[in-house]
Design a binder for this molecule. Structure first.
Ligand code: PLP
Length: 400
């Protein structure tokens, strides 16, 4: 009998990975697919960061590290939070994990019990509800549609909080919508949270540096310092420094929580990869030009994508303020039929038909908890993006 853990058995595998599996299958069959599914920058890790990793290997930094991370990196992380986010924590108030994803997993696994609720604004990053599920707790999904620019309002937050609420998860800039919360918007949410002292806040700031139009990034513990004692501010090197494969994420927050996460991590991975920690140290303390250069590239791509998508009949998209995703409504394509005879009833049908008939891969909004939309990642060179949009345009014109 193949009996699984009950929480794992009812969790879903990642929806983005499922689409990527379909892409791999079509490619193996010889199709030339342009994939707009990727959740990672298309750039290489900067040279000085790679060099630091090679030095780490050659200098013998190849052993177990302290569970919460090497001191130099934790000091650099405390500096980063001070410098960029106005958060004044000691290096002891930080933790390094194997990716931002493990920060989230550790935090939720360390604190959630059966019956606890986690407020997850939708559309959400696919992993939040699944991690909550794996921890045996309950996600409370709060729909945040285009009328509120895909953002949680204080009214919606008040309505979602119950005595069982343990966490609120915030993510700005957002995956999948690119929405960015302003200082005022965070302050309004903070006011609700101040009135509900039993709620912890997980601020997922992984896209912090991918923010456009000269907007400023804010994180909620900075906007409302009285929330510092119950906010876990999470970040990492994956998106900012094109280091997704290095698996380094980090956080700052209340010491009791960090200690619990460290205890869990001590029985799980024993800590993040020593070599990657040295690479992340170089990323945080070295030149920051890469961040500014890639931001400009992404902003140019965003402008092109938004225009091309809005020129496509059946699609419409607002201008995302950050990350590298456009979240386009495909409502105008529903009810139509493709040349191959498929009736498009849902956004999943649209995404599947785009893959099968236009050779372009995108992820349906329903995977992120809001339909009918398509998440279109533009972490790809301009030519490929243009070709993909043209293929989507031809597909749209061919619908009956
Ligand atoms: N948070 C969000 C919103 C993400 O989109 C991702 C990656 O896709 C992560 C966290 C995790 O990033 P990593 O585990 O690579 O640090």
């Amino acid at each position: 009998e193949q009996r699984l853990n009950i929480h794992l058995a009812s969790a879903k595998s990642s929806a983005t990975y499922r689409v990527m599996d379909r892409v791999a299958a079509r490619r193996a069959a010889g199709a030339k697919i342009i994939s707009l599914c990727a959740g990672e920058p298309d750039f290489d890790t900067p040279t000085h960061i790679r060099a630091a990793a090679i030095s780490a290997i050659n200098n013998g930094h190849t052993r177990y590290t302290q569970v919460a991370g090497i001191r130099a990196l934790r000091e650099a992380i405390a500096d980063k939070f001070r410098r960029e986010n106005g958060l004044d924590f000691d290096w002891q108030d930080t933790i390094v994990c194997s990716g931002g994803k493990q920060v989230i997993f550790n935090a939720l696994a360390a604190t959630l019990n059966q019956g606890d609720e986690v407020i997850v604004p939708a559309p959400y990053w696919v992993s939040y509800p699944e991690i909550v599920q794996l921890c045996g707790a309950q996600s409370v999904i709060v729909p945040c549609g285009s009328e509120t620019s895909f953002k949680l309002t204080p009214q919606a937050l008040v309505a979602a909080i119950t005595p069982r609420t343990r966490w609120l998860i915030l993510n700005s800039p957002s995956n999948p919508t690119g929405a960015v919360y302003s200082h005022e918007e965070l302050a309004a949410l903070a006011e609700v949270l101040l009135a509900n002292p039993h709620v912890l806040v997980l601020s997922d700031d992984i896209y912090e540096h991918l923010i456009f139009d000269d907007a400023r990034f804010y994180t909620i513990a900075q906007v409302e310092p009285r929330l510092e004692e119950r906010t876990l501010t999470m970040n990492g090197v994956s998106k900012a420094y094109a280091m997704t494969g290095w698996r380094i994420g980090f956080a700052t927050g209340p010491r009791w929580l960090l200690e619990a996460m460290e205890k869990l991590q001590g029985q799980q991975t024993s800590g993040a990869c020593s070599i990657s920690q040295h690479a992340a140290l170089a990323a945080l303390t070295g030149p920051q030009d890469f961040i500014h250069e890639t931001r400009a590239v992404f902003e140019g791509r965003r402008n092109m994508m938004v225009q091309m998508l809005n020129d496509t009949p059946g699609l419409s998209c607002t201008v995302p303020g950050g990350a590298f995703y456009a979240f386009a409504s495909c409502e105008g394509m529903l009810g139509r039929t493709t040349p191959a005879g498929t009736l498009l009833a849902t956004d999943e049908d649209v995404a599947n038909a785009l893959l099968d008939e236009a050779n372009v891969a995108v992820v349906p909004g329903s995977a992120f908890g809001l339909a009918p939309y398509l998440r279109i990642a533009y972490a790809l060179d301009n030519d490929s993006l243009k070709q993909a949009c043209e293929a989507i345009g031809r597909f749209s014109h061919s619908l009956r």
